[in-house]
Design a protein around this ligand. Structure first.
Ligand SMILES: Nc1ncnc2c1ncn2[C@@H]1O[C@H](COP(=O)(O)OP(=O)(O)OP(=O)(O)O)[C@@H](O)[C@H]1O
Length: 346
């Protein structure tokens, strides 16, 4: 049985369609990532799956239970770690978990056994009697993740599990999340806007933008779908003339431009740098710098939505920009985006 099955789930707030007719399945035992900028609709989707929000349309099951018809069974099947920390800092680690265990109606024996296992799993056995207020940020996060597992759910939801943690602690936390998945055998659904987190942790990733899913696949397959390296030229000058020249080169798999840069997808990027520089030169465009990027999930996001996660968060722009040529007003700057694939202009 699939861990989660989603069919046409939709939620609107006034004029905003936060989640727009989504359908997909999370397999049993998977670490599944929802990757997208703030405001993409990830939390709204999770809140519906954990029965905190009622969908306007569509259905979903968690562990086979319907999220609107069987809410108690759904809640017993899942653990959740919210984006905002929710620990009592004046209590010890153990007292925090014991409180949660009582909420789930666990008896003393179950409580003690499960707490022992959870503290072991998240590496806090020695600190279980310390006040949570004295824990580091990473320890608190681990305690919360462990708490989500205490009642032995089959699915664990982690909403931005490492937001606010430094890079080192973030990596440590990934290791603990992997352990949960492998040792406790729990399916994990996490939301993130960190590219590296999605790449490192997830078996499959859904690219979420503007309430919609642009693609779902393993990180490797998503990257392979771009079919090459991206050579980025930072430029001064009329990029339209560069586009005409790129269109005439059969080895160009695709490209994306704005007024300050040209990003060209090619195989073996290093072998094409000289030609690309010449091509820009012929078009009368000055080059300020050249970079080669191996595809990552950021470039996948860019190719699917016409913008990066960072840009999307900076502008709060919810409009997709990949329908052929599009012009978008971004503050005082008009950006021109044009995406071409090997099949032609999209
Ligand atoms: N309770 C609400 N009332 C009105 N609008 C909401 C509400 N909750 C979410 N939204 C809107 O729905 C859209 C999706 O928000 P959501 O929080 O699901 O995104 P997100 O991808 O989880 O981002 P974040 O990580 O910042 O929470 C946003 O435009 C948001 O402003």
């Amino acid at each position: 049985m699939a861990a989660i099955e989603i069919d046409g789930l939709t939620k609107t707030f006034g004029d905003t369609t936060a989640v727009d007719d989504l359908s997909f399945t999370v397999e049993d035992g998977e670490v599944f990532g929802l990757l997208g900028p703030n405001g993409a609709g990830k939390s709204t989707l999770i809140n519906m799956l954990v029965t905190l929000l009622r969908p306007d349309a569509g259905t979903a099951t968690v562990n086979g239970y319907d999220i609107t018809e069987e809410t108690a069974a759904v809640r017993n099947s899942l653990g959740i770690v919210f984006q905002e920390p929710a620990l009592d800092e004046d209590l010890t680690g153990e007292e925090n978990l014991a409180f949660h265990a009582r909420l789930y109606g666990m008896n003393k024996r179950e409580r003690e056994t499960n707490m022992g296992e959870v503290f072991e799993l998240v590496g806090l056995t020695d600190e279980r009697n310390g006040l949570v207020g004295t824990y580091s940020g990473g320890m608190k996060r681990r305690l919360e993740i462990g708490r989500g597992l205490l009642h032995e759910p089959t699915v664990l939801f982690l909403d931005e599990p490492t937001v606010g943690l430094d890079a080192r602690t973030r990596r440590d936390t990934w290791e603990y999340i992997q352990r949960m998945n492998e040792e406790a055998g729990v399916s994990i659904v996490l939301t993130t806007h960190y590219i590296e987190e999605a790449e490192q942790l997830c078996d499959r990733v859904a690219i979420v933008d503007d309430g919609d899913i642009a693609a779902i696949d393993s990180p490797a397959a998503l990257k392979d779908s771009l079919g090459g390296d991206v050579v980025s030229l930072a430029v001064d000058g009329p990029v339209a003339d560069v586009c005409d020249r790129l269109d005439a080169r059969p080895w160009v798999i695709g490209y994306e431009t704005n007024e300050a840069s040209v990003n060209v997808t090619v195989e073996r990027g290093e072998a094409r740098i000289a030609e690309l520089v010449r091509l820009a030169d012929d078009a009368g465009v000055a080059i300020r710098s050249v970079d080669i990027h191996r595809p990552n999930l950021e470039t996948v996001f860019l190719s699917l939505t016409g913008t990066t996660i960072e840009e999307r968060e900076a502008t709060g722009d919810s409009e997709s920009g990949t329908d052929g040529e599009s012009e978008r007003q971004t503050g005082s700057m008009t950006r021109r985006t044009r995406t071409v694939t090997s099949e032609g202009t999209e």
